[in-house]
Design a protein around this ligand. Structure first.
Ligand code: ZN
Length: 230
């Protein structure tokens, strides 16, 4: 490792801290300390991507092949803390770092030639402007970098939607079923696309994205999220 004395000096004066446990980070660490990385609640969905409970959620809603999640969501658990940070605490680099780590894991498991492009689930323009970034796009950019794939913002969220949090399955679907359109239809034809979002609950948002894309005849559509729960 090349010594960067200025960076080392700055890290003494303004030490970066781990987003989760607040421990001071070493200069070679990025967003998360090694202890928190070791205890991330990773899943095994990548080992059975076409036959799992996440896929069952979207069967019948949208044409999709693989559905995978990096982390297991649990209320008040580590993944919920991470989602809160990347959505509300101005931590786009945490999302990108986790996306990169997920891409690395997928590379190790033979996903290196699985897709032609990654497509983040968009925020509505007003929300994006207020937040300053789209956490799903940051995740997708991190994954795209480690998978050496393009990240294409093909989707537009035309209608600002209400929070999905207190809605049941049917209400969630009605809330998002027609809010997405495709801005670049020519970039969909015959492509193997991976739609990326931060979290999956009922799968309604991802399914709505897939239906918007499907009419332009991609070869396949898969889903990947940072965290999902049963
Ligand atoms: Zn930590």
């Amino acid at each position: 490792m090349r010594f960067n004395y200025w960076q080392d000096f700055m890290s003494l004066v303004f030490p970066e801290t781990c987003c989760i446990c607040k421990r001071s980070l070493f200069p070679f660490e990025n967003q998360l300390c090694r202890f928190c990385i070791a205890r991330l609640p990773r899943t095994d969905y990548h080992l059975l991507p076409e036959d799992n409970d996440l896929k069952n959620k979207v069967l019948g809603l949208a044409p999709v092949s693989k559905v995978i999640s990096y982390l297991r969501f649990s209320k008040n658990g580590m993944s919920q803390k991470i989602l809160h940070h990347i959505k509300y605490k101005n931590k786009p680099f945490l999302a990108r770092r986790l996306g990169y780590m997920y891409g690395d894991l997928l590379n190790e498991h033979g996903y290196d030639n699985c897709w032609d492009a990654l497509v983040p689930v968009p925020l509505h323009a007003k929300k994006r402007k207020a937040r300053g970034y789209n956490q799903s796009e940051e995740l997708a950019l991190g994954m795209a970098e480690s998978l050496a794939l393009p990240c294409r913002s093909l989707l537009i969220r035309e209608i600002p939607t209400q929070s999905q949090t207190n809605k049941n399955r049917k209400e969630r679907w009605e809330n998002v079923s027609d809010v997405f359109t495709v801005s670049l239809p020519k970039q969909v034809l015959d492509q193997r696309l991976l739609i990326v979002d931060d979290v999956m609950t009922t799968g309604a948002t991802l399914a709505a994205c897939a239906l918007a894309i499907q009419q332009y005849e991609p070869e396949s559509i898969d889903f990947a999220v940072l965290a999902a729960g049963k």
